[in-house]
Design a binder for this molecule. Structure first.
Ligand code: ARG
Length: 258
């Protein structure tokens, strides 16, 4: 019995060592080989990522550029659906995912998160004067627009409607198109993160307004391949440097045009 246990333990240790080895510094090696760091994102989420002219810009782009700089390589931004980011990181198609991504337990099963770099919350955008309140969002017939696969989607579906099969949550590719449908009368409200919500309302000040309610408390972090501790440490090192230099606040101010 003891022998079997010992053998099992040794096997488990070997397996975990092997796991470490294979995940160990895959990403760092790949980045150095390619001379570039690939950031997976969904660039319709100002001020964190958006398209300026033809180029991706934003707080996350600036942070990823600093990580690339610290590694002595260039940054390539790969714009995709939000739902495609975690699979891209898992498959090694991207070195990291930086997308104002909220740390959640479900996502922690799929990827590893860096240290958190910004606090956020879900906000509600409505048509000015429509009289929609946070309390009325759960009523029958009230359609809530969200970005598919985001924490706003999960909150609207699970917490407000309380039904995973609800047809009263309209799922869009991004919050900007969701807000266009809000202005076209196709939904009654849009739930999205604080700063993108403020940015969308600021771009349409005659039509849209923000409810004062704060629906959630969240934090953003960068996603890396599970078990790749060497690369994760490198990412955390750059984040720590940027925090100590006050750079993240600088990037936020820069990209909100304040
Ligand atoms: N914070 C939310 C989430 O993690 C929304 C992120 C959306 N990001 C984006 N780049 N579109 O689910």
């Amino acid at each position: 019995m003891k022998k079997i246990l010992a053998a099992l333990l040794a096997g488990a240790m070997l397996a975990s060592l092997a796991g470490c080895g294979s995940g160990g510094s895959d990403t760092l090696a790949q980045i150095k080989k390619d001379g570039k760091l690939v950031m997976a994102t969904n660039a319709a989420f100002p001020p964190f990522e958006y398209i300026a002219g033809n180029e991706p810009a934003g707080v996350d782009v600036d942070i990823a550029a600093e990580i690339a700089k610290d590694l002595g390589v260039t940054l390539e931004v790969s714009d995709m659906d939000f739902n495609a980011i975690i699979p891209a990181v898992q498959a090694g198609k991207a070195s990291l995912g930086a997308a104002g991504m909220t740390v959640t337990d479900e996502r922690k099963q799929q990827i590893d998160f860096s240290d958190e770099y910004v606090k956020s919350a879900q906000y509600v955008i409505i048509m000015k004067g429509s009289g929609i309140t946070a309390d009325s969002l759960g009523e029958a017939g009230v359609i809530i627009g969200v970005q598919e696969g985001t924490t706003g989607d999960f909150y609207a579906t699970d917490d407000i409607k309380g039904d995973p099969n609800t047809e009263e949550v309209a799922r869009y590719k991004n919050a900007i198109v969701a807000s266009q449908d809000l202005m076209n009368g196709k939904c009654s409200a849009v739930i999205i993160d604080e700063m993108p919500a403020k940015s969308i309302v600021a771009a349409n000040p005659d039509k849209l307004e923000l409810l004062p309610d704060v629906l959630t408390e969240e934090s953003y972090a960068i996603a890396v391949k599970k078990g790749d501790t060497a690369f994760l440490e490198q990412v955390n090192k750059t984040i720590a440097r940027l925090k100590s230099e006050g750079k993240i606040d600088e990037f936020l101010i820069q990209h909100t045009g304040e």
